[in-house]
Design a protein around this ligand. Sequence first.
Ligand SMILES: NC(=O)c1ccc[n+]([C@@H]2O[C@H](COP(=O)([O-])OP(=O)(O)OC[C@H]3O[C@@H](n4cnc5c(N)ncnc54)[C@H](O)[C@@H]3O)[C@@H](O)[C@H]2O)c1
Length: 285
Amino acid sequence: MRELSEVETVGVVGAGTMGNGIAQVAATAGYDVVMRDIESAFVENGFDAIESSLSRLDGKDALDDDPNAIRERITGTTDLADLAECDLVVEAALEDMSVKQEIFADLEAVTDDDVVLATNTSTLSITTIASATEREDLVVGLHFMNPVPIMTGVEVVTGEKTAPAATAFAHAFAEDLDKETWESDDKPGFVTNRVLMPWINEGIRAYDEGVASKEDMDKGMKLGTNVPMGPLELADHIGLDICLDASETLHEELGDRYKPAYLLKRKVAAGDLGKKTGAGFYEYE
Ligand SMILES: NC(=O)c1ccc[n+]([C@@H]2O[C@H](COP(=O)([O-])OP(=O)(O)OC[C@H]3O[C@@H](n4cnc5c(N)ncnc54)[C@H](O)[C@@H]3O)[C@@H](O)[C@H]2O)c1
């Protein structure tokens, strides 16, 4: 297995909300990064998000390096073959098992045999993703939180066949990005989403049943339980499609107590996915 001290270039698959954040924090820590998405417009959107985040952080004196130098360490591509030289790959594409399995099979073909392949999945089984490869011992969950440059926690998830060395490597890499880690076994939703998704769905259901206005729903949870965002705001922030995908996986694996809220499904069907589309439970500029 390639050691962390040998890692110079990190591949990131997906340039969306999480992928561009992971690319940014890896480049901020000094790694060269190759960020891949399926269309160049998505790669460009990823760079736009990185540039505005870096400039915000620079404005707060939160960067040790010049933001342009950090940005220059990231290369964008639509060609998976450009990840061939990477010493570690973190996948942050769609929350869909068949998409992830296809990506992992392709990653195994283009990268060296000793390269760790990590997934940022919120809820899907690391073991099942890994089974698409012959490199199951080097597949591990590296679950960053949103927004990646701000949130300090990373959940490391061990699949059935993940080697202890790959788990240790995942912790060490996250710590090198200035994050703190905790570890979860490969069970649906891991620690965070297993507990968070029913909370979000209950907030949506309670709002839909007229318990309170959406503002009071969020305000009540913030002031009443000392969380930074209420369930509706947080769902918009995560992305309603991501919440629905995660809830459906939990529902399928763990039963009816994880059933997604009807209004969540309706919003996703309407294309109102939260902040990223300009509308979810709230409207955004
Ligand atoms: N949004 C969150 O709060 C959050 C938090 C933690 C983990 N996650 C997980 O991170 C992953 C990405 O979520 P996101 O919120 O960034 O989604 P997103 O929709 O913002 O971005 C996903 C990106 O992946 C790209 N993509 C799709 N297929 C691809 C492929 N074959 N190769 C390369 N890129 C591909 C899409 O074009 C899109 O740009 C998901 O697995 C999600 O569950 C999300």
